[in-house]
Design a protein around this ligand. Sequence first.
Ligand SMILES: [Zn+2]
Length: 459
Amino acid sequence: MFRSLLNIISINIAKLGIRIIKFLKLGSGTNLPGRIARKISPEILAHLVKQTKKEIITVTGTNGKTTTAGLISSIFEKQGRKTVHNRKGANMLTGITSAVAEKSTLNGKLDCDNCILELDEAYLNPAFEEFNPDIVLVTNLFRDQLDRYGELNTTAKKIESAVEKSAKIKPLRLVLNADDPLVSGITDNFDEAGLTKIFYGFEKIEHVNQQEKVFSPQETVNCRCTKPFTYEKIFYGHLGHYDCSCGVKRPNPRVSGRACIDVNHSDIVIKPENCEEFPVRVNLPGLYNCYNALAAAAIALEAGISPENIKKGIENYSTTFGRAEALTLKGKEVLIQLIKNPIGATEVLKTIKNDEKGKFFIIINDNYADGRDVSWLWDANFEMLSGYDKIAVVSGVRAYDMAIRLKYAGISSKNIIVKENIKEALLQALSGVNNGEKLYVLPTYTALLELEKLKQALN
Ligand SMILES: [Zn+2]
């Protein structure tokens, strides 16, 4: 009795907190209400998530979590499912608690078919102490700025231990990117009855309307036997078709795809193991978004969603905050794409390189959530913009580091404008965009949060 009263108080305070934060435009209101709610009732998240009628789905991995979770949610809604989803990419326990509390009733009932929860790799273990998911998706494992000197395998092991513990309590389906050897090997040495692995991956990738092939930074990835993998095909980073002389090789995907990548969209064909293939238009730029779409389709097929609704959900998806988010600011066309690590940033730069009518604006902060070390900028392939002859505006706490990086990449310093103040820089960048042109805004995470506030103020 006392506990349920605490739960109700906790939910009401969280809901009120979210409203106040939104009303006062103090930000997106994602973490603080959840933090307070958890102080009042530590079991609040478990209490709410357990009421999910169908699958509880967790999305993790280095890149693509937010977009993939958004795509899954869009697909499920086309099937008429009620979903709860931590939309703003607040992927720690406090953010998830806020998102779930926001959707629940005042007396603590959660009327939802599916929880689709994006979770940072480091938070899987504590999260699975509170609830057990039915499906876990791992998108990819790249070296992030925070662990650039650490072991990528450490992240894989964290995911592995969380999944193993959870599968002992409740059967779990693990949906894995077959093309990423670090991901596909997760739980290889684990044969708990409660665990099923499902793979997705691309068989073939073509690029159209693109300039010369661009080098993508490679990461050396070694097999568990310690030898480096050999590749028959490399799609980007360490993703592709690989094998090792010890016998480890890319698993056969249950959901496979072919992709044709154009400048601002892609066409993919999805082939599930036991049914007809179907074409889908992905209205987001880049190969990395094709992976996000294929992952979302694999999850949807696992949850019994029809190919027709998968197609509709992906094609009608409008992006969330900062993940290839298209919008108009001061009458100018803008596309915001978060950058946070060399491989992800390089994929985004390819889009800019291929758009003759594009200009760009980069904002680099080095706050805790961005990673304090900005040396990753040197690993991203800014060289592909060498000789760029339009104005590039750079901003943020590390604006000068970024300007130097661009200069070394072969952009003339007379074309680089540095303004540390983000608002001034944004206005300057917008003023340089002519009719029919597009401004590509590339912020780090905390710069993205600042942009979100500016966006509200400008429109
Ligand atoms: Zn091996």
